[in-house]
Design a protein around this ligand. Structure first.
Ligand code: SIN
Length: 536
């Protein structure tokens, strides 16, 4: 047995982005009651989607013209009728406190010459309330501060360790099984397990998410039968650079907040640049289809001091020879953020006692059908902290029946979608011969999802994607091995199947979910779809 299996911890945190590290630092450095916390991450500690986040953190920290009520109203409007109002209230009320705590921890946000925090406006926000760092390098600074605090407080950081599955016994989560870098499989046990493993952007060929965003935590939850919802709501960011680089370099929404314009092929504006993201991406898809083009244009030529304000964006544009002061920038939507995930209550408790979730892997109800810009780092901070407080109090979440508060006060209530899921990895899964090229299989999946379940999807396009995923399932059964690339592929197939099942069932267009056959929302569909899993 290796050290990881014999060591004893109070809490395991899987994932090292803003949600996981916010929780870990709080638990590991609580005065008089600090817990023994270990972090498990499949890469290096600072490798997370948080590091890539640009725009900032939306929080009401500024002048009299803004209020948390306005932030709440903007979030609910963007969420297209599916937000949980109580969860959004928590988000907007506790967000400013979390930002101040992060500043105390050492994060440096951009400031005006007066010393006050510089606040930007982004799509869907009625006020300028987005704090940012390095212009559009906010996630990098947030992660830097949290990584530093984690390194000095956590009991142990396990890097290059791949979490395989949840260990469930006596109706409780007991920890996780893991694959170590040398291929050894072990079990790590703790009284509490926190999933903060981020999103699923790698389901798509064109994405802003890093290569690690393979839905590992979500797939673990699905295989363990933990309640999951809203996974049809994949958000597509309107302004990713149209360029072969992957992940697609993002051109922060803050650019539009500062006055950059969207133009079609003939140079005309075609949508309100500061509309919520789903509205803009949908208008772009329609315009591109009408033009028969694969990109449109972002005109930032009117922005003053582009290089000074957005040094990281200026540098990545310079690398490909674009001068934003004189040229329009080619753009197209790219998969960016999953609104749904593991259902949690207001404290991050899941339907499985002892298991907690926070950040993009969770469905806390704050995003509904479409996330408001710059509410995601915020969600990670707020709900990471709330999870930590519950664990510090040694609460266990819902009782063994898994009964949780309803997440939505909607006429349609809750719908269910059933999904067959594979047995836990490492038991009877992925014992194949390893034959085949995993990168090729992954790109096959990504292209099928991009064509089949992209900005606009139909029953027919999703059926074609589902067929590809079924074939990949058969390939995994024959050839898959317990190696990181195969494990990620297996997780992508599982979360892709969940997304397709939920999106196929939802017979309307709402927020990020746009069905070619259904124009507009249907009040009868103001329903949160919960996935019910059955083992294969
Ligand atoms: C952006 O800077 O446009 C991305 C921020 C976000 O996804 O909220």
């Amino acid at each position: 047995m290796t050290e990881i299996a014999t060591a004893s911890y109070d809490v395991i945190v899987c994932g090292s982005g803003v949600a996981g590290l916010s929780a870990a630092v709080r638990m590991a450095s609580a005065h008089d009651r600090a817990l023994k916390v270990c972090i498990i991450t499949k890469g290096e500690l600072s490798q997370s989607a948080t590091t890539w986040a640009q725009g900032g953190v939306a929080a009401v920290l500024g002048g009299d013209e803004d209020s948390t009520d306005l932030h709440l109203a903007d979030t609910l409007a963007a969420g297209a009728g599916l937000c949980d109002t109580d969860a959004v209230r928590v988000l907007v009320d506790e967000g400013p406190i979390c930002v101040r705590e992060l500043i105390e921890l050492g994060a440096e946000f951009d400031r005006e010459s007066s010393g006050s925090l510089s606040l930007a406006r982004e799509g869907g926000h009625s006020r300028a309330r987005v704090v940012h760092a390095g212009g559009a390098a906010t996630g990098y600074e947030v992660e830097r501060a949290l990584v530093e605090a984690t390194r000095s407080s956590a009991s142990k950081i396990y890097e290059d360790v791949f979490a395989l599955d949840l260990l469930v016994a006596d109706g409780r989560c007991q920890g996780v099984s893991v694959r170590l870098a040398d291929g050894t499989i072990e079990e790590v046990r703790a009284r509490h397990t926190v999933l903060a493993t981020g999103g699923v952007g790698q389901l798509y060929w064109v994405t802003t998410n890093p290569a690690e965003a393979t839905g590992d935590g979500l797939a673990m939850a699905l295989r363990a039968g933990v309640a999951v919802a809203d996974v049809e709501f994949m958000q597509f960011h309107p302004t990713a650079l149209h360029h072969p680089a992957m992940p697609r370099p993002l051109l922060s929404e803050a650019l539009r907040g500062h006055g950059a314009l969207l133009r079609d092929g003939s140079g005309q504006q075609f949508v309100d640049e500061l509309a919520p993201r789903d509205v803009v991406s949908r208008a772009m898809a329609k315009t591109m289809a009408a033009e028969g083009s694969d990109h449109l244009w972002l005109d930032a030529t009117g922005l003053e001091e582009f290089d000074l304000r957005f040094p990281n964006l200026a540098a990545s544009l310079a690398e490909i020879g674009i001068d934003p002061g004189t040229e329009w920038i080619p753009i197209a939507p790219a998969a960016h953020h999953l609104a749904g995930g593991i259902i949690t209550d207001l404290d991050g408790a899941t339907s499985l006692p002892g298991l907690w979730a926070a950040g993009e892997v969770a469905c806390s109800g704050v995003h509904g059908a479409n996330r408001l810009a710059s509410n995601s780092l915020l969600e990670g901070m707020v709900f990471g902290a709330r999870v930590a407080e519950q664990i510090l109090a040694d609460n266990t979440g819902p009782d063994a029946t898994g009964v949780m508060r309803p997440l939505l006060d909607a006429p349609g209530g809750v719908g269910t979608v059933t999904l067959e899921v594979p047995a836990p990895l490492g038991l009877d899964q992925l014992t194949g011969d390893g034959e085949g090229s995993v990168p090729e299989l992954r790109s096959w999946l990504q292209r099928a999802m991009t064509t089949g379940a992209g900005v606009v999807r139909s029953a027919a396009s999703m059926a074609e994607a589902a067929q590809v995923l079924a074939e990949l399932d058969a390939t995994l059964a024959a050839h898959g091995r317990l190696e990181p690339a195969w494990l990620e592929l297996a997780n992508l197939v599982t979360v892709g199947q969940a997304l397709l099942a939920a999106a196929t069932a939802r017979a309307e267009s709402r927020g990020n979910h746009v069905r070619a056959e259904y124009d507009g929302t249907d009040e009868a569909w103001r329903v949160r779809q919960v996935l019910t899993t059955t083992p294969r």
